[in-house]
Ligand binder design. Structure first.
Ligand SMILES: *Cc1c(COP(=O)(O)O)cnc(C)c1O
Length: 376
Protein backbone atom coordinates (compact mmCIF):
# COMPACT_ATOMS: atom_id res chain seq x y z
CA UNK A 1 0.00 0.00 0.00
CA UNK A 2 1.06 3.59 -0.65
CA UNK A 3 0.17 6.41 1.71
CA UNK A 4 1.22 9.82 0.39
CA UNK A 5 1.75 12.69 2.82
CA UNK A 6 -1.04 14.63 1.10
CA UNK A 7 -3.18 13.68 -1.90
CA UNK A 8 -4.41 16.75 -3.75
CA UNK A 9 -5.71 14.70 -6.65
CA UNK A 10 -8.22 12.82 -4.49
CA UNK A 11 -9.90 16.09 -3.60
CA UNK A 12 -9.82 17.39 -7.17
CA UNK A 13 -11.48 14.23 -8.42
CA UNK A 14 -14.32 14.62 -5.93
CA UNK A 15 -15.03 18.20 -7.00
CA UNK A 16 -13.90 18.00 -10.63
CA UNK A 17 -17.25 19.02 -12.12
CA UNK A 18 -17.66 22.10 -9.96
CA UNK A 19 -14.03 23.18 -10.17
CA UNK A 20 -13.70 22.74 -13.93
CA UNK A 21 -16.89 24.74 -14.47
CA UNK A 22 -15.68 27.53 -12.19
CA UNK A 23 -12.32 27.73 -13.99
CA UNK A 24 -13.99 27.66 -17.42
CA UNK A 25 -16.18 30.59 -16.44
CA UNK A 26 -13.19 32.73 -15.45
CA UNK A 27 -11.48 31.84 -18.73
CA UNK A 28 -14.60 32.66 -20.76
CA UNK A 29 -14.75 36.11 -19.16
CA UNK A 30 -10.96 36.69 -19.07
CA UNK A 31 -11.36 37.79 -15.44
CA UNK A 32 -7.76 36.89 -14.66
CA UNK A 33 -6.49 39.45 -12.15
CA UNK A 34 -8.82 40.68 -9.39
CA UNK A 35 -12.28 41.36 -10.91
CA UNK A 36 -15.65 39.80 -10.19
CA UNK A 37 -14.54 36.38 -9.00
CA UNK A 38 -12.01 37.81 -6.58
CA UNK A 39 -14.63 40.17 -5.15
CA UNK A 40 -17.12 37.33 -4.75
CA UNK A 41 -14.60 35.20 -2.89
CA UNK A 42 -13.47 38.09 -0.68
CA UNK A 43 -17.07 38.80 0.30
CA UNK A 44 -17.79 35.14 1.04
CA UNK A 45 -14.59 34.70 3.09
CA UNK A 46 -15.20 37.88 5.12
CA UNK A 47 -18.79 36.82 5.71
CA UNK A 48 -17.85 33.33 6.84
CA UNK A 49 -15.48 34.90 9.39
CA UNK A 50 -17.96 37.58 10.42
CA UNK A 51 -15.44 40.34 9.70
CA UNK A 52 -15.81 43.56 7.71
CA UNK A 53 -12.97 43.01 5.26
CA UNK A 54 -11.12 40.31 3.37
CA UNK A 55 -8.47 41.31 0.84
CA UNK A 56 -7.07 38.64 -1.45
CA UNK A 57 -3.31 38.83 -2.04
CA UNK A 58 -0.66 36.87 -3.91
CA UNK A 59 0.27 34.38 -1.15
CA UNK A 60 0.47 33.93 2.61
CA UNK A 61 3.98 35.36 2.86
CA UNK A 62 2.91 38.60 1.17
CA UNK A 63 -0.11 38.68 3.48
CA UNK A 64 2.26 38.91 6.48
CA UNK A 65 4.54 41.46 4.79
CA UNK A 66 1.58 43.65 3.83
CA UNK A 67 0.08 43.36 7.33
CA UNK A 68 3.33 44.62 8.89
CA UNK A 69 3.49 47.49 6.38
CA UNK A 70 -0.14 48.36 7.14
CA UNK A 71 0.82 48.72 10.82
CA UNK A 72 3.73 50.97 9.88
CA UNK A 73 6.32 48.56 11.24
CA UNK A 74 9.79 49.28 9.89
CA UNK A 75 13.48 49.84 10.60
CA UNK A 76 14.34 50.07 14.30
CA UNK A 77 11.23 48.15 15.34
CA UNK A 78 11.05 44.75 16.98
CA UNK A 79 8.38 42.13 16.44
CA UNK A 80 7.91 39.22 18.82
CA UNK A 81 7.11 35.84 17.33
CA UNK A 82 7.40 32.11 17.90
CA UNK A 83 10.58 30.04 17.61
CA UNK A 84 8.76 27.31 15.68
CA UNK A 85 7.15 28.18 12.35
CA UNK A 86 7.66 28.28 8.61
CA UNK A 87 10.23 30.95 7.69
CA UNK A 88 7.60 33.29 6.19
CA UNK A 89 6.65 34.38 9.71
CA UNK A 90 10.08 35.83 10.53
CA UNK A 91 11.32 36.52 7.00
CA UNK A 92 8.58 39.12 6.49
CA UNK A 93 9.47 40.86 9.77
CA UNK A 94 12.99 41.31 8.37
CA UNK A 95 11.59 42.34 4.96
CA UNK A 96 9.94 45.43 6.47
CA UNK A 97 13.27 46.30 8.11
CA UNK A 98 12.31 45.23 11.64
CA UNK A 99 13.97 42.64 13.86
CA UNK A 100 12.33 39.31 14.69
CA UNK A 101 12.49 38.58 18.42
CA UNK A 102 11.90 34.89 19.00
CA UNK A 103 10.13 33.35 21.98
CA UNK A 104 10.18 29.65 22.84
CA UNK A 105 7.11 27.46 22.43
CA UNK A 106 4.79 25.71 24.88
CA UNK A 107 5.92 22.11 25.38
CA UNK A 108 2.39 20.69 25.04
CA UNK A 109 1.06 22.69 22.11
CA UNK A 110 4.15 23.92 20.22
CA UNK A 111 2.77 27.48 19.92
CA UNK A 112 4.21 30.77 21.23
CA UNK A 113 4.64 30.52 25.03
CA UNK A 114 2.79 33.52 26.50
CA UNK A 115 4.71 33.20 29.80
CA UNK A 116 7.94 34.16 28.06
CA UNK A 117 6.77 37.15 26.01
CA UNK A 118 6.92 39.90 28.60
CA UNK A 119 10.65 39.46 29.23
CA UNK A 120 11.28 40.16 25.53
CA UNK A 121 9.26 43.38 25.30
CA UNK A 122 11.39 46.52 24.90
CA UNK A 123 10.57 50.13 23.95
CA UNK A 124 11.14 49.09 20.33
CA UNK A 125 8.56 46.30 20.35
CA UNK A 126 5.65 47.04 18.02
CA UNK A 127 3.78 43.79 17.55
CA UNK A 128 3.30 40.17 18.61
CA UNK A 129 2.78 37.53 15.91
CA UNK A 130 1.30 34.28 17.18
CA UNK A 131 1.21 31.41 14.68
CA UNK A 132 -1.63 28.92 14.98
CA UNK A 133 0.80 26.14 14.23
CA UNK A 134 -0.43 22.85 12.74
CA UNK A 135 -4.01 24.18 13.02
CA UNK A 136 -3.84 24.56 16.82
CA UNK A 137 -4.82 28.00 18.16
CA UNK A 138 -2.08 29.80 20.09
CA UNK A 139 -2.96 30.83 23.66
CA UNK A 140 -4.58 34.12 22.64
CA UNK A 141 -5.97 35.44 25.93
CA UNK A 142 -2.66 36.27 27.66
CA UNK A 143 -1.16 37.40 24.35
CA UNK A 144 -3.99 39.90 23.80
CA UNK A 145 -3.72 41.03 27.41
CA UNK A 146 0.01 41.76 27.05
CA UNK A 147 -0.60 43.52 23.74
CA UNK A 148 -3.23 45.75 25.40
CA UNK A 149 -1.01 46.50 28.37
CA UNK A 150 2.02 47.47 26.27
CA UNK A 151 0.15 49.03 23.33
CA UNK A 152 1.31 46.41 20.82
CA UNK A 153 -0.45 45.23 17.68
CA UNK A 154 -1.28 41.55 17.17
CA UNK A 155 -1.02 39.94 13.75
CA UNK A 156 -2.22 36.33 13.61
CA UNK A 157 -0.51 34.00 11.15
CA UNK A 158 -3.42 31.70 10.26
CA UNK A 159 -1.75 30.01 7.27
CA UNK A 160 -2.28 26.58 8.88
CA UNK A 161 -5.49 27.29 10.74
CA UNK A 162 -8.45 28.17 8.51
CA UNK A 163 -11.53 28.25 10.77
CA UNK A 164 -9.75 26.91 13.85
CA UNK A 165 -11.48 28.22 16.99
CA UNK A 166 -10.23 29.59 20.30
CA UNK A 167 -13.02 29.48 22.92
CA UNK A 168 -15.66 29.47 20.21
CA UNK A 169 -14.21 32.25 18.07
CA UNK A 170 -12.30 31.90 14.81
CA UNK A 171 -8.58 32.59 14.94
CA UNK A 172 -7.68 35.50 12.71
CA UNK A 173 -10.41 37.66 14.27
CA UNK A 174 -8.53 38.46 17.51
CA UNK A 175 -5.66 40.55 16.19
CA UNK A 176 -5.61 43.77 14.17
CA UNK A 177 -5.14 41.58 11.10
CA UNK A 178 -5.29 37.85 10.36
CA UNK A 179 -3.22 36.49 7.49
CA UNK A 180 -3.93 33.37 5.44
CA UNK A 181 -2.16 31.22 2.89
CA UNK A 182 -4.07 29.22 0.31
CA UNK A 183 -0.99 27.27 -0.81
CA UNK A 184 -2.37 24.11 -2.49
CA UNK A 185 -1.74 21.75 0.45
CA UNK A 186 -3.15 24.07 3.15
CA UNK A 187 -6.56 23.17 4.64
CA UNK A 188 -8.13 25.58 2.15
CA UNK A 189 -5.89 25.38 -0.89
CA UNK A 190 -5.85 27.06 -4.30
CA UNK A 191 -4.26 25.60 -7.44
CA UNK A 192 -1.27 27.90 -7.27
CA UNK A 193 -0.12 30.65 -4.92
CA UNK A 194 -2.82 32.65 -3.14
CA UNK A 195 -3.39 34.37 0.20
CA UNK A 196 -5.64 36.78 2.07
CA UNK A 197 -5.82 39.23 4.94
CA UNK A 198 -8.87 39.72 7.13
CA UNK A 199 -9.53 42.73 9.37
CA UNK A 200 -12.34 44.66 10.97
CA UNK A 201 -10.51 47.96 10.55
CA UNK A 202 -11.67 50.10 7.58
CA UNK A 203 -8.43 52.04 7.73
CA UNK A 204 -6.12 49.00 7.66
CA UNK A 205 -8.24 47.38 4.93
CA UNK A 206 -7.98 50.46 2.75
CA UNK A 207 -4.20 50.55 3.14
CA UNK A 208 -3.89 46.83 2.40
CA UNK A 209 -6.06 47.12 -0.72
CA UNK A 210 -3.98 50.01 -2.03
CA UNK A 211 -0.56 48.73 -1.02
CA UNK A 212 -1.10 45.31 -2.61
CA UNK A 213 -2.02 46.98 -5.89
CA UNK A 214 0.75 49.55 -6.51
CA UNK A 215 -0.76 52.00 -4.03
CA UNK A 216 -3.90 52.35 -6.16
CA UNK A 217 -7.54 51.36 -5.67
CA UNK A 218 -8.19 51.84 -9.39
CA UNK A 219 -5.73 52.09 -12.26
CA UNK A 220 -3.37 55.11 -12.18
CA UNK A 221 -4.76 56.36 -8.84
CA UNK A 222 -1.41 55.81 -7.04
CA UNK A 223 -1.62 57.36 -3.56
CA UNK A 224 1.80 55.92 -2.67
CA UNK A 225 4.17 53.23 -3.88
CA UNK A 226 3.01 49.72 -3.19
CA UNK A 227 3.71 46.25 -4.48
CA UNK A 228 2.02 43.86 -6.88
CA UNK A 229 0.43 41.13 -4.80
CA UNK A 230 -3.01 40.29 -6.14
CA UNK A 231 -5.30 37.31 -6.06
CA UNK A 232 -6.01 35.72 -9.47
CA UNK A 233 -9.56 35.23 -10.71
CA UNK A 234 -8.94 31.54 -11.33
CA UNK A 235 -7.62 30.98 -7.80
CA UNK A 236 -10.50 32.96 -6.30
CA UNK A 237 -13.09 30.92 -8.24
CA UNK A 238 -11.46 27.68 -7.07
CA UNK A 239 -11.33 28.89 -3.47
CA UNK A 240 -14.96 29.98 -3.61
CA UNK A 241 -16.02 26.46 -4.59
CA UNK A 242 -13.81 24.88 -1.93
CA UNK A 243 -14.98 27.28 0.79
CA UNK A 244 -18.31 25.40 0.80
CA UNK A 245 -16.50 22.24 1.94
CA UNK A 246 -13.93 23.56 4.38
CA UNK A 247 -15.92 22.85 7.55
CA UNK A 248 -16.60 19.30 6.42
CA UNK A 249 -12.89 18.82 5.62
CA UNK A 250 -11.79 20.26 8.96
CA UNK A 251 -14.24 17.95 10.75
CA UNK A 252 -12.80 15.01 8.86
CA UNK A 253 -9.23 16.01 9.81
CA UNK A 254 -10.23 16.20 13.47
CA UNK A 255 -11.82 12.75 13.19
CA UNK A 256 -8.68 11.31 11.61
CA UNK A 257 -6.57 12.91 14.35
CA UNK A 258 -8.79 11.32 17.00
CA UNK A 259 -8.35 7.92 15.39
CA UNK A 260 -4.56 8.32 15.16
CA UNK A 261 -4.58 9.16 18.87
CA UNK A 262 -6.69 6.08 19.66
CA UNK A 263 -4.59 3.75 17.56
CA UNK A 264 -1.25 5.04 18.87
CA UNK A 265 -2.25 5.96 22.41
CA UNK A 266 -0.48 3.04 24.07
CA UNK A 267 2.86 3.37 22.25
CA UNK A 268 4.98 4.62 25.14
CA UNK A 269 7.83 5.90 22.99
CA UNK A 270 5.58 8.42 21.25
CA UNK A 271 4.38 11.87 22.25
CA UNK A 272 1.04 12.49 20.54
CA UNK A 273 -0.50 15.90 19.78
CA UNK A 274 -2.60 17.47 22.51
CA UNK A 275 -5.57 19.71 21.86
CA UNK A 276 -5.70 22.91 23.86
CA UNK A 277 -8.84 22.86 26.04
CA UNK A 278 -11.64 25.00 24.61
CA UNK A 279 -10.13 25.02 21.13
CA UNK A 280 -11.11 23.67 17.73
CA UNK A 281 -7.86 22.31 16.29
CA UNK A 282 -8.08 21.87 12.49
CA UNK A 283 -5.08 19.53 12.14
CA UNK A 284 -3.31 20.96 9.15
CA UNK A 285 -0.46 18.82 10.45
CA UNK A 286 -0.56 15.76 12.72
CA UNK A 287 2.87 15.75 14.34
CA UNK A 288 4.08 13.02 16.68
CA UNK A 289 7.37 13.08 18.55
CA UNK A 290 10.00 10.42 19.04
CA UNK A 291 13.75 10.47 19.68
CA UNK A 292 13.98 7.80 16.92
CA UNK A 293 12.60 10.18 14.31
CA UNK A 294 14.94 9.46 11.42
CA UNK A 295 14.85 5.67 11.89
CA UNK A 296 11.07 5.73 12.05
CA UNK A 297 10.85 7.97 8.99
CA UNK A 298 13.05 5.56 7.00
CA UNK A 299 11.13 2.54 8.24
CA UNK A 300 7.82 4.08 7.12
CA UNK A 301 9.24 5.26 3.81
CA UNK A 302 10.39 1.70 3.03
CA UNK A 303 6.73 0.67 3.50
CA UNK A 304 5.37 3.30 1.13
CA UNK A 305 4.36 5.76 3.86
CA UNK A 306 5.41 9.37 3.32
CA UNK A 307 6.07 11.63 6.30
CA UNK A 308 7.52 15.12 6.71
CA UNK A 309 9.16 17.22 9.40
CA UNK A 310 7.65 20.56 10.48
CA UNK A 311 10.31 21.86 11.09
CA UNK A 312 13.78 20.29 11.17
CA UNK A 313 15.44 23.56 12.27
CA UNK A 314 13.59 26.04 14.50
CA UNK A 315 13.71 29.64 13.28
CA UNK A 316 16.34 31.04 15.72
CA UNK A 317 18.83 28.38 14.59
CA UNK A 318 18.48 28.94 10.83
CA UNK A 319 21.45 30.50 9.00
CA UNK A 320 19.64 33.82 8.26
CA UNK A 321 19.39 34.43 12.02
CA UNK A 322 22.94 33.41 12.88
CA UNK A 323 23.84 37.09 13.33
CA UNK A 324 21.42 37.22 16.29
CA UNK A 325 23.72 34.75 18.04
CA UNK A 326 20.99 32.53 19.48
CA UNK A 327 21.92 29.52 21.60
CA UNK A 328 20.02 26.29 22.19
CA UNK A 329 19.56 27.12 25.91
CA UNK A 330 17.45 30.16 25.03
CA UNK A 331 14.84 28.00 23.28
CA UNK A 332 15.08 24.63 25.02
CA UNK A 333 11.65 23.39 23.91
CA UNK A 334 12.05 24.34 20.24
CA UNK A 335 15.58 22.94 20.32
CA UNK A 336 14.40 19.58 21.60
CA UNK A 337 11.27 19.14 19.52
CA UNK A 338 12.94 20.08 16.21
CA UNK A 339 14.89 16.83 16.58
CA UNK A 340 11.85 14.71 17.38
CA UNK A 341 8.85 15.94 15.40
CA UNK A 342 7.46 13.79 12.62
CA UNK A 343 4.30 14.64 10.68
CA UNK A 344 2.10 11.73 9.60
CA UNK A 345 -0.09 11.65 6.47
CA UNK A 346 -3.11 13.91 7.05
CA UNK A 347 -5.74 14.98 4.52
CA UNK A 348 -9.53 14.64 4.51
CA UNK A 349 -9.51 11.87 1.90
CA UNK A 350 -7.16 9.61 3.89
CA UNK A 351 -9.02 6.30 4.33
CA UNK A 352 -9.38 4.31 7.52
CA UNK A 353 -7.55 1.45 5.83
CA UNK A 354 -4.58 3.68 4.97
CA UNK A 355 -4.57 5.08 8.47
CA UNK A 356 -4.54 1.63 10.04
CA UNK A 357 -1.68 0.66 7.74
CA UNK A 358 0.29 3.68 9.00
CA UNK A 359 -0.38 3.00 12.67
CA UNK A 360 0.35 -0.73 12.32
CA UNK A 361 3.70 0.14 10.71
CA UNK A 362 4.54 2.52 13.56
CA UNK A 363 3.56 -0.07 16.17
CA UNK A 364 5.70 -2.73 14.55
CA UNK A 365 8.66 -0.33 14.37
CA UNK A 366 8.52 0.19 18.12
CA UNK A 367 7.82 -3.46 18.87
CA UNK A 368 11.14 -4.30 17.17
CA UNK A 369 13.02 -1.30 18.55
CA UNK A 370 12.09 -2.15 22.08
CA UNK A 371 14.20 -5.30 22.07
CA UNK A 372 17.12 -3.92 20.11
CA UNK A 373 17.92 -0.37 20.96
CA UNK A 374 18.37 1.95 23.90
CA UNK A 375 17.05 5.49 23.88
CA UNK A 376 19.51 7.75 22.03
C1 LIG B 1 2.37 28.32 4.41
C2 LIG B 1 2.73 29.27 5.48
C3 LIG B 1 3.00 30.63 5.22
C4 LIG B 1 3.22 31.18 3.85
O1 LIG B 1 2.28 30.96 2.91
P1 LIG B 1 2.63 31.00 1.34
O2 LIG B 1 1.29 31.10 0.73
O3 LIG B 1 3.35 29.73 1.02
O4 LIG B 1 3.47 32.20 1.09
C5 LIG B 1 3.18 31.48 6.29
N1 LIG B 1 3.15 31.04 7.55
C6 LIG B 1 2.93 29.75 7.85
C7 LIG B 1 2.90 29.32 9.29
C8 LIG B 1 2.74 28.81 6.83
O5 LIG B 1 2.54 27.52 7.13
Amino acid sequence: MNVPFVDLRAQYEQLKGELDAAIAQVLAESAFIRGKYVEQFERAYAQSYGVRHCIGVGNGTDALYIAFRALGIGPGDEVITTALSWISTSETISQVGARPVFVDIEPDYYTLDPQQIEAKITERTRAIVPVHLYGQPAEMEPILELARRYGLAVVEDCAQAHFATYHGRYVGTFGALGTFSFYPSKNLGAYGDAGAIITDSDELALFVRRFANHGALVKYDHEFEGINSRLDGIQAAILHVKLRYIHEWNRRRAELAQRYIELLGDVEELVLPRIRPGCGHVFHVFAIRTPWRSELQEFLSARGIQTQVHYPVALPFLPPYRHLGHRAEEFPVAWRVQQELLSLPMYPELTEQQQRYVTEAIRSFFAHKRVRIARP
